[in-house]
Design a binder for this molecule. Structure first.
Ligand code: MN
Length: 306
């Protein structure tokens, strides 16, 4: 499905409205008119932007002007359309792939163009530069401001799935599920979807080949996508906040402060948990196929020796 956005004068907007008056439907927020025909959905925003979507989007739009932003021919990373940072975009990102403890979390978040400024003012930026306490604060604010959808893959399920698929495939399935969930909530489709790239596009869709509902329209992949649209940065912050909450839960449950990542500290804590609770519990709390498991076992054995 194509999407074309035109920036039109008041006069041209009125022409569109009178041309499509008999196909009128109720407009979404921030819009003064919307219409639906068999081949095209069009929306006249208060900003003067007119969005055409559907199979005939390009043909219909061409009657009124030429696009402000042409959709890039390729969706390979590094080729986002001009002005993309100001589009209404769904961004998605994941957290927890490299952490021995804690779940895999994916968030898809929608920031429409009218909210970009507000979302930035809340402090949303590349989450690598944001401290944990601030992540929690910003996430709380975002929760009230933008629609988003999350999926958590807890480690018992992760370990089960890991027997038959790669972590990359699990991640792809979670992104697709979060995106489907979010799109179903939205009153209008976003101009684009930007996935923080963790796999090549072809690989991503290969992972989804068994899925009946694959989100494919207007999807872009890019590495370092947090810096390319604030929706991805928002998704990343929300995912990190959810991940932190899960880690808090685990710390309370085990009585030991659970570290992030997969480093030496993690091995030490895992060894303590192994001695205190046994291998079955450790299995439930961790991504068991990580090398940390063997290291923790060796450490535990050493500590057990007289
Ligand atoms: Mn990412």
């Amino acid at each position: 499905m194509g999407t074309v956005v035109l920036k039109l004068t008041k006069e041209k907007q009125d022409t569109v409205i009178s041309d499509f008056g008999r196909h009128q439907v109720s407009p979404p927020p921030y819009a003064r008119f919307a219409a639906r025909t068999t081949g095209c959905i069009l929306t006249v925003y208060n900003s003067g932007k007119v969005m055409f979507q559907g199979q005939e989007a390009e043909t219909v739009a061409a009657r009124y002007g030429s696009p402000v932003t042409k959709k890039a021919a390729s969706t390979a990373s590094g080729s986002l359309p001009e002005g993309f940072a100001n589009w209404s975009v769904v961004g998605s990102d994941e957290v927890g792939k490299g952490d021995f403890f804690g779940p895999l979390v994916v968030v898809a978040a929608y920031v429409d163009s009218t909210k970009i400024k507000l979302v930035r003012e809340l402090g949303v930026r590349d989450s690598k530069n944001v401290s944990d306490p601030e992540i929690r604060t910003i996430a709380r604010d975002l929760h009230a401001v933008i629609p988003y959808e999350y999926r958590i893959l807890h480690n018992p399920d992760y370990n089960q799935m890991q027997r038959t698929m790669t972590q990359g495939k699990m991640t792809a399935l979670l992104h697709n599920a979060a995106l489907n969930g979010l799109l179903a909530q939205l009153e209008e489709p976003p101009q684009a979807i930007l996935i923080d790239q963790f796999a090549e596009k072809a690989t991503y869709y290969k992972h989804l080949s068994g899925e009946t509902k694959q989100v494919k329209d207007n999807v872009y992949f890019s590495t370092k996508a947090e810096g390319l649209h604030v929706a991805v940065a928002a998704a990343s912050i929300l995912a990190r906040a959810i991940f932190l909450k899960e880690m808090d839960k685990l710390s309370r449950q085990t009585g030991i402060e659970i570290p992030k990542g997969a480093g030496a500290k993690v091995d030490q804590v895992a060894a303590s948990l192994l001695l205190k609770y046994g291998p079955e519990r450790l299995h439930e709390w961790t991504k068991y196929h990580f090398a940390n498991t063997k290291k923790a076992e060796a450490l535990a054995e050493k500590r057990n020796r007289p």
